[in-house]
Design a protein around this ligand. Structure first.
Ligand code: ATP
Length: 665
């Protein structure tokens, strides 16, 4: 007699083997979608041949070709950006206003530290600006007849004292910047962790895991880098630059004309850069997510890739992703090159003009030698902070792009609105349940189900008929499109998640083992559970024997990089976790299918005590599970076609009866 009982699986390899079929079919669909992604032109990574720059052409032709390529990359970045802003296509990207509000909220709470940072940097910058002025005075005094050596010595000592003071102020400013940056970073990280943890499960599942992982790893580290270093450095550089220019004007308005004039092209270049860079960097981040998504899919589906011979298409897909990312990086690189080119010209030319203008002004008696000296020193002095300002602003742009992606996670709409309502009892009821994974494609069509507290209901039906979807709705993972699932008259979607899990829990084949001790893994839902409760739970699921044989017993570290558990043991740990959580209703979706049939029957036997007095909805893939149930719901094409006890359904001689006869014959 076959153990495989889901009607569509009758005749397919039974037991654990059958569980491989569905994932492979699902994965094949994903791979097919990937292949069509390759062929439908959405991926457009390569630069067309006509835009390739031939080797022996004139400089103007090269410049024109470079410009055409730049425009082409810009167009592609715009298209990629538009796609990534579409919330239907995975995790959204936040707008500039949300980023500004986020940064403002971080800064407002650290006003004191931010002010100290500004004051110290301002004083250090002012100290640095006094030195050229004194040196200019020194030149004037030295060139004037009759200046006594004591005056010159006094000025030299003043320069030394100011340089020492500036060094101390700079040191203090850098220390406060580091503290400020670390504090901001910690706050930002806490915010991200909180945000990710409150993501609705239904949205996490529909988002690409590669994208989510890229956001919480690369984007967090990029944002941190720019917050820790980019922001304080940019503030310091900005203060120094502004004060240097002010000092130049105070020293000689005439000699500051060249630097003021060169600010115009610089302003234009910076504006142009700012209007394009955010999109470029967001696109760049999106392409990293795409690479991670393809790689994650390939690694997770390695068996399917091998079984279906998809290696070449996976490699081609990853190549396309990498090429697309390279093009996005080249686009932002050309934006930077353009900006830095203009900056180089903008601050080298004024030096020449200042000296020329200074010579002319000196001859005309408009300026002194000291003013010319101070002006040239100021121009030299403005180069370094200006350079730092621009490169840190660029770093901030990358950080802002990452922040928009991180805040995009927070923009994911919630799928439930928790209220204070408390269920009056443990009566679970579903009424007129309709649900669609894709708009306009309902997979449940008005299901009504009234569970009697304490009953055991088995759901059977062909593959794809909607059994698991119904299970997800009954356990509150997804909210129905229409209708309500209530426990004690309260909608499941109106219960806070931690309360929901003590009312009803879904148990699936995905039994995750977290890194930690066996005890940690079991007390997740009720962290203060004593060891006796943990051991009882392990006994209930028949796991205590093997756990106590482990060298460290309950303290044995499991999860990635530690002692590995067999699938059956991992499932037992997951079930023990559930025993401790103690919900009054359990939805079991293939909960025992990975365990070999004998162990499964044994486990089901030992779970009888747990299941007693609880409402159990078992999505049944072995007909004996259905046979033992109080009632059986036969789901066909998203509707309950039959509902009744084993005997009643056999007597009715419908779908269930024919399944049963096929299984027992
Ligand atoms: N995440 C999803 N996104 C889109 N469609 C989905 C998703 N999950 C399930 N579906 C579709 O919804 C329908 C019902 O699926 P469901 O998994 O509920 O059926 P099932 O009866 O549990 O099947 P099986 O016994 O094979 O697990 C199927 O057509 C399936 O392809």
């Amino acid at each position: 007699m076959s153990e495989a009982v889901s009607p569509s699986r009758v005749g397919s390899p039974g037991g654990a083997g059958s569980s491989v079929v569905t994932p492979m079919a699902d994965s094949a669909a994903t791979w097919d979608a990937d292949r069509s992604r390759l062929s439908d032109g959405r991926r457009e990574s390569r630069i067309p041949d006509e835009l390739r720059i031939p080797s022996h052409v004139s400089a103007t032709a090269r410049l024109r070709a470079w410009h055409r390529r730049h425009l082409l990359r810009e167009e592609r970045a715009q298209r990629f950006y538009a796609r990534s802003r579409n919330p239907e296509r995975g995790l959204p990207v936040a707008g500039g206003q949300a980023v500004a509000e986020f940064i403002r909220s971080l800064l407002v709470r650290r006003k004191g530290l931010a002010l100290l940072l500004l004051i110290l940097n301002g004083l250090a910058a002012v100290a640095g600006l006094i030195v050229p002025r004194i040196l200019g005075q020194l030149v004037d005094d030295a060139s004037a007849a009759g200046t006594v050596a004591a005056t010159i010595n006094g000025l030299a000592i003043a320069v030394m004292a100011i340089v020492i003071m500036q060094a101390l102020l700079t040191f203090g400013a850098r220390c406060s910047a580091a503290v400020f940056g670390q504090d901001l970073l910690a706050a930002a990280r806490e915010y991200i962790v909180r945000t990710v943890l409150r993501l609705p499960l239904s949205r996490v599942e529909s988002a690409s895991s590669g994208d989510l992982v890229t956001r919480v790893t690369r984007d967090v580290s990029t944002m941190s880098e720019s917050v820790r270093w980019g922001l304080p450095e940019a503030v310091v550089a900005l203060i120094t630059t502004v004060l240097t220019v002010v000092a130049m004007v105070l020293n000689s308005p005439l000699l500051s004309l060249p630097i003021l004039v060169s600010a115009v092209p610089l302003w234009i270049a910076v504006r142009r850069y700012f209007s394009h860079a955010p999109m470029g960097y967001i696109t760049e981040g999106g392409t990293y997510s795409a690479i991670n998504t393809s790689l994650t899919e390939s690694v997770e589906g390695a068996r399917t890739v091998e079984a279906l011979g998809l290696q070449n298409s996976r490699i081609a897909l990853t190549d396309e992703d990498i090429e697309e990312s390279a093009q996005a990086e080249r686009y932002t690189m050309s934006l930077r090159n353009l900006l830095f080119g203009v900056i180089d010209i903008a601050y080298n030319t004024p030096l020449v003009w200042t000296i020329l203008l200074g010579g002319f002004g000196y001859a005309e008696g408009w300026v002194t030698l000291g003013q010319i000296t101070a002006a040239t020193l100021y121009i030299q002095a403005v180069v370094e902070p200006l350079d730092r300002l621009i490169s840190n602003v660029d770093r901030l742009q990358v950080g802002v792009a990452s922040t928009t992606r991180l805040l995009g996670i927070a923009a994911v709409p919630q799928d439930r609105e928790p209220t204070e309502q408390k269920p009056s009892d443990s009566h679970l009821e579903g009424h007129d349940l309709r649900f669609a994974y894709r708009e306009g494609h309902d997979v449940l069509h008005g299901v009504d189900l009234d569970l009697v507290p304490g009953e055991r209901l088995a759901i059977v039906g062909p593959s794809g008929s909607g059994k698991s979807t119904l299970g997800r709705l009954l356990s509150g993972i997804n909210g129905p499109r229409t209708g309500r699932v209530t426990v004690g008259q309260v909608d499941l979607t109106k219960l806070p998640l931690d309360q929901l899990r003590t009312e009803v829990s879904l148990v699936t084949q995905e039994h995750h083992v977290f890194v930690g001790t066996i005890r940690d893994n079991i007390v997740l839902a009720r962290e203060d559970s004593p060891d006796e409760v943990v051991i009882d739970a392990l006994r209930t699921v028949d796991a205590w024997d093997w756990v106590q044989r482990l060298p460290a017993g309950l303290d044995t570290m499991i999860g990635s990089g530690n002692a590995s558990l067999t699938p059956a043991q991992a499932q037992q740990v997951a079930l023990a976790r559930l025993v401790v959580a103690d919900p009054h209703t359990l939805v079991l979706d293939e909960a025992t299918s990975l365990i070999d049939p004998r162990t499964a029957r044994h486990l089901e036997g030992s779970m009888a005590a747990l299941l007693e007095d609880r409402t159990v909805v078992a999505i049944a893939h072995r007909l004996h599970t259905a046979h033992d149930a109080d009632r059986i719901a036969v789901v066909i094409d998203g509707k309950i076609a039959e509902l009744g006890s084993h005997d009643e359904l056999l007597a009715a001689d419908g779908e269930y009866a024919s399944l049963w006869h096929a299984w027992t014959s």
